[in-house]
Write a protein that binds this ligand. Sequence first.
Ligand code: APR
Length: 246
Amino acid sequence: MTDGAGDVGKVRGWVRAARRIVVLSGAGMSAESGVPTFRDAQTGLWAKFRPEDLATEDAFRADPKMVWDWYAMRRAMVAKVEPNAGHRAIAAFQQRHPGRLTVATQNVDGLHQHAGSPGVLALHGNIAEDTWLEAPRACCTDANLLPGTPPRCAVCGNLRRPAVVWFGETLPPEVLQAAQDAALASQLMLVVGTSGVVYPAAGLARATPGRVVVINPQASDLDAVADAVLRGGAAVLLPQLLEEHP
Ligand code: APR
């Protein structure tokens, strides 16, 4: 493991040489966009609740309106923010080099997609989208959707819920599989803004046969498996690494 400004040049060389690259991103990727973390968002009326007690299927079933209202607050926060220079540098690289870089993100804020990244693997879902609580029946269609908090199927009562992975839930298997395949096929993984403590996402960095570069202003659990650690913010370092003439 190394650390220092000279490493940026070395990692730029690794980027140029790699045929396949994976970016594994976490909450720190969006820090410079001003996305409040789970805990920072707990202000005002919500200050007395712990996010871990709201972001679960049990909490939703016990009080669907309360959990729906909490997500409405979080959705409103995310709707106000913009991709930062890091998201944009990744998307621009993908447009210059189609098929060469895959984004697998733990973030539900949709900022990689807004920046123009194609085929983002949203391991923990997307906060802007809804899905059905129970497996949808034939009657569960848009035509039968009854508005409300939450909306429901007018025929069977099936509820809409945010399309995010709640605590205790498994990741969407096809998304996780695609991320594992990309990790195994890559020569370089950029691990950006994640503490590396939540699995299976963190396991992608441990499974890749390629080089691992951690981009994080602070120590993370994945520093130990990194070939280089760049101490800095995503919005500053990613343009330096990915732009042709930074
Ligand atoms: N650039 C890069 N990294 C940063 C920046 C920045 N500007 N600012 C902070 N960080 C780093 C922090 O040092 C920390 O290591 O981002 C990391 C954020 O860690 P977590 O908050 O634990 O986020 P994450 O790893 O994405 O959490 C994983 O846990 O809360 C659940 O489901 C949620 O997807 C989330 C998962």
